[in-house]
Design a protein around this ligand. Structure first.
Ligand code: MRU
Length: 348
């Protein structure tokens, strides 16, 4: 796994992140000293991508747990409050909620002050290690859907730096590289924060994977001119019927895939499923600061007082999704029934 840059490091009870806002210019690592800094790092997308946010949140909770003072009851209350504050950072991605739910159970059931941080640490490390394996498995299943020479388009960054390793939507390209199967990736730049341009091209280029950058408004033309064979994206939340929230712009890619008659794939681990929501209508879409749209690298690209709509995600209805690829396998024609058949028994 050394081929991957680690975006989250947990060592000696301290969390460090690769600041993803500084890429590709600079590989700057930031030590997280306290909860306020951790919350700011998530909100500002210095750490980002649904699985990475959840793993980071877990380690931050552990870090805080080793620092608590007072009685067991006080420590529990304090840590549940930390957990609630972490959860409130970004509303759309569900992985953080799923991880915090697991850790909260450990907090509640702890019987001594000494065991509390140790049990949390064990769980957070286990989740981190599992995520790398899970992502690799997603890659194995996704690669079965591609053929040598395929040209595959993606958006945002669902890559290794958005997970512990491999990524989700980008995992098949790492696997293909390992196996010597030539695949070409087209990365849509992903306005307004340019995760496609800054992060996906950076990590794929670094791994020696063939990648071509396009702007978001070039997608239809590129599908036609470059004969794109499939689109693959990550996910921030998948509801019981398969509706999928992912980076803003994903929905229009799915519509284009349908118009061109090419497959549209979603790659995501089970931790991205929200079994408490039936459909995408129930997903809260994060809206972000207008300046992300009116400025580029600190320079005005629009009148300062112009009215702006800046949703960070959109929801792709399940009937536009050819298949959802999880660590357990490929769910074709995702809906309530097909999802239940594949992963129903793994849910609680
Ligand atoms: O706002 P971001 O950069 O956190 O959005 C990330 C995405 O939309 C990813 O596609 C998703 O989180 C999956 S990452 C494996």
């Amino acid at each position: 796994m050394s081929q991957f840059v680690q975006s989250i490091i947990y060592e000696n009870r301290t969390v460090t992140i690769l600041d993803q806002t500084r890429l590709p210019e600079e590989e700057h690592y930031e030590i997280i000293h306290d909860l306020a800094q951790a919350i700011d790092a998530i909100k500002q997308l210095r750490v980002r991508g649904a699985p990475a946010i959840s793993l980071f949140g877990g380690f931050v909770l552990v870090q805080e747990a080793f620092r608590t003072t007072g009685t067991l009851a006080e420590a529990k209350q304090e840590l549940l409050e930390v957990s609630a504050q972490l959860l409130a950072t970004r509303p759309t991605a569900v992985n953080l909620r799923n991880v915090l739910d697991e850790l909260n159970q450990l907090i509640v059931s702890a019987t001594t002050l000494k065991e509390l941080p140790v049990r949390l640490e064990q769980k957070a490390l286990e989740l981190y290690q599992t995520d790398a394996k899970t992502s690799r498995q997603i890659g194995v299943h996704a690669l079965e859907l591609f053929e040598s020479g395929d040209r595959v388009l993606t958006i945002c960054n669902a890559g290794s730096i958005a997970t512990a390793a491999y990524g989700t939507a980008l995992a098949p390209f790492y696997l293909a590289k390992e196996q010597g199967i030539p695949l070409s990736v087209y990365a849509s730049e992903t306005r307004p924060l340019l995760q496609g341009a800054r992060l996906t091209t950076w990590e794929l280029q670094r791994a020696g994977i063939d990648v071509t950058l396009i702007t978001d408004n070039m997608v239809a033309h590129t599908i036609k001119e470059k004969q794109i064979t499939a689109i693959i994206v990550g996910a921030d939340r998948i509801t019981r019927n398969g509706d999928t929230a992912n980076k803003i712009g994903t929905f229009q890619l799915a519509l284009l895939a349908r118009a061109f008659g090419i497959p549209f794939y979603v790659a995501a681990p089970l931790s991205t499923f929200d079994f408490t929501s039936l459909s995408g209508d129930e997903i809260e879409i994060e809206e972000r600061d207008a300046r992300e749209v009116t400025q580029l690298a600190g320079k005005a690209t629009a009148p300062e007082d112009v009215s702006v709509f800046n949703p960070a995600f959109d929801v792709t209805p399940h009937d536009l999704i050819t298949a959802i690829i999880t660590e357990l396998g490929v769910i074709e024609h995702p809906d309530v029934e097909t999802i239940k058949q594949t992963i129903g028994q793994h849910t609680h």
